[in-house]
Write a new protein. Structure first.
Length: 90
């Protein structure tokens, strides 16, 4: 053994990671947050058709487009973000 690549990571195959998709962001003051209730609308900084960010364990790993597949929201990956140099996994 001792080779490089995905084969050396097989022991991690069953480890769960948190995947989060970020549709957009908004900045609000506390007064407006306290007024939020059912039916409130929060505007985001992104436009329809903008790529969404895909995070794995809080690290940006990809961007993608929002789709609807069998009445469920899904994301098609359109870009993989390179790992930072000198960071984890380097």
């Amino acid at each position: 053994g001792g080779g490089r690549g995905d084969a050396g990571l097989e022991f991690l195959a069953d480890v769960n990671v948190q995947v989060r998709i970020e549709l957009g962001q908004s900045t609000m003051n506390v007064q407006d947050v306290l007024k939020l209730g059912s039916g409130s609308i929060v505007g985001l900084n992104s436009l329809v058709g903008d790529p969404v960010n895909v995070f794995v364990n809080d690290r940006l790993v990809a961007r993608g487009e929002v789709l609807v597949v069998k009445d469920k929201i899904a994301v098609r990956i359109t870009e993989v973000v390179p790992a930072p140099k000198g960071g984890a996994g380097a």
